[in-house]
Ligand binder design. Structure first.
Ligand SMILES: Nc1ncnc2c1ncn2[C@@H]1O[C@H](COP(=O)(O)OP(=O)(O)OP(=O)(O)O)[C@@H](O)[C@H]1O
Ligand SMILES: [Mg+2]
Length: 397
């Protein structure tokens, strides 16, 4: 068995299970499918994918079956001193019986998880001439990884690489065309404003008004550009979360401080309600702050005068629940299902209140990246509540 080439039935089975890879355009779904197929065809306990970032010359850990993901997503793996790096540089498969004896083994990944790696079968993910990443099957369930396993995983790797490139291109073109579309409105109003400024008949009040308009439109453009970059980095899995243990109550206070003048402007009171002795959350504090700031800024700007916003946190077993509740006008029922979509803004308020429509998409990406979920409840003329639930600890230790 060891040295026999794969038979026709093996290939046929591989073809069958990989058939829909090429049409999977969502990168995350695709990567999960690939690792699942990889464990199946190689008889391994686990499989994982590292994507190669050519500009940074390093690999980023992306997905794995059954591993503690939040800790590892985006984890940098150096080219030097890692098996995956060796595979990228040599563009060859690697088969190792006992990893611990191999000098190329990089145990940064292992340190971040509770998973023990013994044997590895790794193949490069290569499209025509470009290395996209590395697919690794870990720990053969029975016996050793064979020539047949290697051959089949190489074939899967080649198909997977093309599918990954496709999904990436699709994602980029989708995002870029939406972005360009969004640029049109502020650019059109800037162009009108400058045209008006050049007219001799405008009064000085009109002049000031136009300059104010230009100012707020340029602010909006710059917010749009940085939100867009944030989102595209999150979507392509290029963001590495830096996990720390921190106090949510302190983070709430910081966010309230930052939003203080906005809240005063709208005559909105921000309350914080957390139980005594709330345990620390293990997550990326800067990213969670970005989420809370967006939800809080929404709750203030879509509130009514003399309204309130309440930030709450509580812990239930291993889960932290964070809610941001406002007393605003609520969100129309038909808008609820679009709320987390890129650039979506509720039609009734989009002209009155400034925003890019990216805040909630970014927030959801961040929460999901921490293996949590974000939901919303809203009652017309009573208010809206955003609910986040996420693991209290990044991963089991
Ligand atoms: N608390 C809320 N109450 C009422 N409507 C809301 C609330 N939060 C969000 N929305 C609606 O959802 C839309 C999307 O929110 P999101 O935070 O993604 O974008 P934004 O606030 O418009 O812009 P940005 O956050 O990028 O500046 C908002 O434009 C608004 O119409
Ligand atoms: Mg917002």
């Amino acid at each position: 068995m060891e040295n026999k080439p794969p038979n026709l039935a093996d290939y046929r089975r591989l073809l069958e299970i990989t058939r829909d890879l090429a049409s999977t355009l969502d990168l995350d779904t695709l990567l999960y499918r690939i690792v699942k197929i990889a464990t199946e065809i190689s008889g391994a306990e686990e499989a994982s994918i590292l994507l190669y970032d050519d500009s940074a010359k390093q690999l980023n850990f992306q997905v794995a079956t059954n591993m503690d993901l939040p800790n590892m997503r985006g984890l940098d793996v150096p080219l030097e001193g890692s098996i995956a790096g060796w595979i990228v540089m040599n563009r060859e498969a690697v088969r190792i019986g006992d990893v611990q004896d191999d000098k190329r083994y990089f145990n940064g990944v292992q340190n971040a998880t509770s998973f023990d790696t013994e044997s590895i079968l790794g193949v490069p993910l290569i499209t025509k001439d470009k290395v996209v990443g590395v697919l690794e099957a870990l720990n053969k369930k029975e016996g050793h990884f064979s020539d047949v396993d290697e051959e089949l995983l190489l074939v899967l790797g080649a198909q997977a690489a093309v599918a990954i490139e496709n999904a990436r291109l699709f994602q980029q073109s989708d995002l870029i065309s939406e972005f360009v579309h969004e640029l049109r409105t502020p650019l059109a109003s800037l162009s009108t404003a400058t045209y008006l400024l050049l007219r001799p008949e405008i009064s000085s009040t009109q002049h000031d008004q136009i300059v104010n308009n230009i100012h707020s439109e340029t602010l909006r453009l710059s917010a749009l550009a940085s939100s867009f970059l944030d989102l595209s980095r999150l979507e392509s899995g290029r963001v590495q979360f830096k996990y720390e243990s921190f106090s949510i109550e302190k983070l709430f206070n910081d966010c309230r401080e930052i939003m203080n003048s906005k809240a005063d402007e709208g005559k909105v009171e921000v309350r914080i309600e957390v139980p005594n002795k709330l345990p620390n959350l293990e997550a990326d504090p800067n990213k969670i702050k970005q989420v809370i700031l967006n939800l809080l800024s929404n709750a203030i700007k879509y509130n009514r005068p003399e309204g309130t916003v309440t930030l709450r946190a509580e812990v239930n077993k291993d889960e932290m629940k964070i809610t941001v509740q406002d007393t605003g006008y609520g969100i129309p029922q038909e808008a609820m299902k679009h709320l987390f979509k890129k650039f979506f803004r509720v039609h009734e308020t989009e002209d009155k209140i400034a925003g890019t429509g990216l805040g909630l998409s970014i927030s959801r990406q961040i929460v999901q990246g921490h293996r949590g979920r974000i939901d919303v409840e809203s009652k017309h003329s009573e208010g809206t509540t955003f609910i986040i639930k996420m693991p209290l600890r990044a991963a089991r230790k």
